[in-house]
Design a protein. Structure first.
Length: 277
């Protein structure tokens, strides 16, 4: 039976509606490795929201920053997820490698969202610079993909991620509904508290803080010196609009960060310098 014109138009509308209602494709990665409890909890939450593909390092890559692999080959192995409704791949590279490989080789379409974490430990303030978790999110942002990095202020392998899973879900859904602005990714940090103790969410700026490095020098049995990096975190920022303040007061901190590192406010001043001919 041939469709009447009005039936055909309705069919087109219905098809468009179904396309719009299709689950979002979510790329999940981290820097603690694919077996870390943090990413396993993040996967559980994301499966409730969309279609999930996991591409994560096969070993811990903490403090890797935005490093990428250029002097050796990359390997990506598909993992058999028994009874799973999602796909998982273990990658030999860095967190940034995982995103690059996923977007350009593994996935058949561009993800609607990339989530990285949940990191075991803080990525607030200056930690964002060193973070493999956040570098994965930034790499996704560079690729034009909405991205969020999640971190819990608990370095323990047995950290309680159940306390924050509802907030992870709420923040993710809000990002998908409202759309993160272009060239911006979200750095989300959670205080080490029970769900009832968390006071809420604060949109913040990054605190001006830094690490004072120290090195523990030792000598091995062969007489060779070696060093362990240690140090302490120093926060001299007294503002009450920072991520460090929010976390210290029991709030979740959400910091919008840019990967354009240009100091735009200094350009006019530098143009007054005389560099000579």
């Amino acid at each position: 039976m041939k469709l009447a014109i009005k039936d055909y138009n309705f069919f087109k509308f219905t098809t468009h509606y179904q396309t719009m209602e299709k689950k979002p494709l979510i790329l999940v990665t981290n820097d603690d490795g694919i077996t870390a409890p943090g990413i396993r909890k993040l996967i559980q939450v994301m499966i409730e929201i969309g279609d999930v593909v996991v591409i994560a390092p096969n070993s811990p890559q903490s403090a890797m920053g935005h490093a990428i692999t250029i002097n050796s080959t990359l390997h990506c192995t598909k993992i058999d997820v028994k009874g799973g409704t999602h796909l998982e791949y273990s990658c030999s590279g860095t967190p940034a490698d995982c995103v690059k490989l996923g977007v350009n080789e593994i996935l058949d379409r561009k993800p609607d969202l990339c989530v990285s974490g949940i990191n075991h430990g803080s990525n607030s303030s200056i930690n964002v610079i060193y973070s493999g978790t956040m570098s994965a999110a930034v790499e996704a942002g560079i690729e034009g993909i909405q991205a969020i990095g999640f971190s819990l202020l608990d370095y323990s392998w047995s950290a309680n991620f159940d306390a924050i899973k509802n907030y992870v879900k709420k923040i993710t859904i809000s990002a998908l509904e409202n759309k993160i602005p272009s060239n911006v990714v979200l750095n989300v940090n959670f205080p080490k508290l029970s769900e009832k103790e968390i006071k809420g969410i604060k949109i913040c700026r990054q605190a001006r803080a830094y690490w004072v490095e120290e090195f523990d020098k030792r000598t091995n049995p062969m007489g060779q010196d070696y060093y362990w990096l240690t140090g302490k975190f120093v926060n001299k920022d007294k503002g009450e609009d920072t991520d460090e303040w929010a976390l210290s007061q029991g709030f979740i901190s959400v910091v919008p960060i840019e990967f354009d590192l240009t100091a735009h406010h200094v350009i006019q001043e530098l143009n007054t310098w005389n560099f000579g001919k």
